[in-house]
Design a protein around this ligand. Structure first.
Ligand SMILES: NC(=O)c1ccc[n+]([C@@H]2O[C@H](COP(=O)([O-])OP(=O)(O)OC[C@H]3O[C@@H](n4cnc5c(N)ncnc54)[C@H](OP(=O)(O)O)[C@@H]3O)[C@@H](O)[C@H]2O)c1
Length: 281
């Protein structure tokens, strides 16, 4: 029955949603990828947009914006789960983050909802370096972040998407939390050095104090919500609490997670850090 219904993907153009969509389509499954720019649109801040996209849906992949760590995420997600139940949705697969109190509360809301559920609780994404806020500094040759030698088991969004698709399509995996990380612990400076070596370009990494960094972002016009989130990420999530590897990729897929260096080689080949990228932005 579910095969003829579209699988809803919240986060159409996102780093994970776009990959979940592509993998489901490769399997010949019908999808309904949505975000603020889709038709019909979906906006986390406008609950009136939710029922239409939930119509006829049994399965959904849910990536929240901007982050489950933000103070109102739990209550928004609870309202969304209610709306999904009202529309007859049976199974939600939620993308979550490691080491965030707000994310744990949001996960609990889903786990206790009575719906079939999966949580994919991920470490920092590889793709933050190639599809997000670090692209520009990498191309400029200087990455300055308020983070030192803390080790993080960065994970590939392709692995996250494969785990999410397995959870959506294999009923035997229902009602399980998959904590997904990459196979190795790396410091941000290590990641930048690997990108520098692979691209053959000189890229510096500097640790900067948190307050000047926040002031710098504020001067660039960064919103209060984003500033709050970045402070939370750099002072709490990256304080060492997540400096350990988890095995969710093997548990869900029976194969090891992808390595950072292989991601860097592929992203470089695809032009992720070519200066042309910057001119297009
Ligand atoms: N980055 C990491 O390292 C990391 C690690 C662990 C967990 N996470 C979690 O991953 C989630 C983000 O997933 P992602 O990285 O795949 O997505 P993403 O790349 O951040 O997705 C961006 C898309 O979200 C859409 N969007 C923005 N605001 C929206 C809103 N108010 N309502 C609906 N859609 C909105 C935008 O499309 P439109 O402009 O078309 O709306 C945009 O293309 C967050 O919950 C984050 O906590 C991230």
């Amino acid at each position: 029955m579910t095969a003829t219904k579209p699988i809803l993907i919240i986060g159409k153009n996102g780093k994970t949603g776009s990959r979940v969509d592509a993998l489901l389509k490769q399997q010949g499954l019908k999808t309904r990828p949505v975000s603020r720019s889709s038709h019909p649109s979906f906006d986390w801040n406008q609950p009136a947009t939710w029922p239409v996209v939930l119509q006829d849906v049994k399965l959904a992949y849910v990536s929240y914006q901007p982050d489950l760590a933000v103070p109102n995420a739990e209550s928004t997600l609870r309202s969304f789960i209610d709306a999904a139940q009202d529309q007859g949705v049976e199974h939600l697969v939620l993308l979550s983050g490691r080491g965030e109190d707000g994310a744990i509360r949001a996960e609990k809301a889903l786990i206790e909802s009575g719906l079939r559920w999966n949580v994919v609780r991920a470490s920092w994404f590889f793709q933050n370096f190639s599809e997000s806020f670090l692209v520009e500094p990498l191309i400029d040759g200087e990455v300055s972040l308020p983070v030192g030698d803390v080790l993080e088991p960065f994970v590939d969004c392709n692995d996250i998407a494969e785990v999410a698709v397995a959870a959506l399509t294999n009923p035997a995996l229902a009602n399980r939390l998959f904590e997904v990380t990459g196979p190795e612990l790396l410091a941000f400076a290590d990641c930048v050095a690997l990108i520098s070596d692979t691209t053959g370009r000189s890229i510096e990494f500097n640790q900067v104090p948190i307050e000047p960094y926040m002031d710098f972002l504020k001067d660039l016009g960064t919103s209060e919500e984003e500033l709050w989130l970045l402070r939370e990420l750099f002072t709490r999530v990256l304080d060492g609490r997540n400096s350990h590897i988890a095995h969710g990729v093997e548990e869900a897929l029976g194969k090891p997670p992808r390595r950072f260096i292989d991601y860097v080689k592929a992203a470089h080949k695809n032009g992720a850090w070519d200066t042309a990228q910057l001119n297009q932005a």
